[in-house]
Design a protein around this ligand. Sequence first.
Ligand SMILES: *Cc1c(COP(=O)(O)O)cnc(C)c1O
Length: 430
Amino acid sequence: MKNVAQSGGPNGVRSREQCAELDALDRLAPARARFKLPPGVIYLDGNSLGAMPLVTASRVQDALERQWGDRLIASWNDAGWVDLPQRLGAKIAALVGAADDEVVVADSTSVNLFKLLSGALAQRPGRQVILSERGNFPTDLYIAQGLIRQLGGQHELRLVERQDLAAGLNSEVAVLLATQVDYRSGSRLDMASLTGAAHAAGALTIWDLAHSAGAFRVELNAAQADFAVGCGYKYLNGGPGAPAFLFVARRHQQDFTQPLSGWFGHEQPFRFETDYRPAPGIARALCGSPPILSMVALEAGVDTMREALAGDSMAALESKAAALTTCFIDLVAPLAEEYQLELVTPRAPAARGNQVSYALGDGEHAYALVQALIARGVVGDFRTPNIARFGFAPLYLRFVDVWDAVGHLRTVLANREWDNARFRTRQSVT
Ligand SMILES: *Cc1c(COP(=O)(O)O)cnc(C)c1O
């Protein structure tokens, strides 16, 4: 596995047997057995909703029957419910290059963005601009817009193209709000260099790690990142709508304030004081009671990843992801050429996340292509305007899956299977 990844990927894979050999050498291969994966499905959408770890069902069942059913309210103390946001945050911290007391689990990515953006703006009085990219994931932009309205409209959300973020930094910018891996193209920003540029301009950074956490090696502290949010239901396999996490660098915690000053962020919630006093550390980023059942499921996902890595680091995960995506890109290349699929994902592994995306004709064509693949058990997804997107979760995908997925793609294209009315009806979630 190591050699494969270090040489930049298994260039020149030409047979299913070769893929099987790569799987046999893959130290992470046993991790697949920790997931429930329906037979006949090649799941290339773990970047949108991660697969279910097998332990999740029994962990949630235990939380229901024993912790809640039998032990009732005692479980807030006995089962450690009350500090689950911090305990789970510390586990996630180890996956994203942060210290234990810099990450906490709470709310959704969107809500956490609101809290961090408020706190970051408050730390840069006199600066009016939130700098972000036009193609950012919509919720990031919507949250910024809503916060600006709430603050009275004095601030400005300034949107530039992704490649112009560094150039857009200047003395007006309070906060750089950047998503490390673009949800459409899969391109990855260099966190350390962009954070350095932001600091040089006197700005703070908020990194959205939705498609980074659990996908590859993230080094928040090595990059001097200020704030970050991330998603629990993508590569961390926490289940649909899993709680999200947020990171506040230790050097900012003392001055960090946020407007959702609920009782779980109070220094002493169970003193029931009249006035809010923020907790000394990362806990001040909390708002209300944690959703325990969902957090138990997220913890099962995070534990599954930690156990599967068993001594290997996130670098091992990153190597495998790079090899899988390289293998897919190489195998699809002749088809892309023949059928006008435009690779919109960077070819250099370090410049992309764990997804590979193609732009294809108009949106209808790309959507139908994805649906035709799903009908064959190859589950990717569609993103407007015309993107077919395939995610490669390194914990449970094999090189033979890549081979087989490309085989299905070849058949769908050669037989024009996408050209069927039943593949054109859009459902509400694409
Ligand atoms: C998936 C995703 C989110 C999700 O936000 P929620 O509040 O969990 O719905 C946010 N930002 C980015 C960049 C995403 O990819």
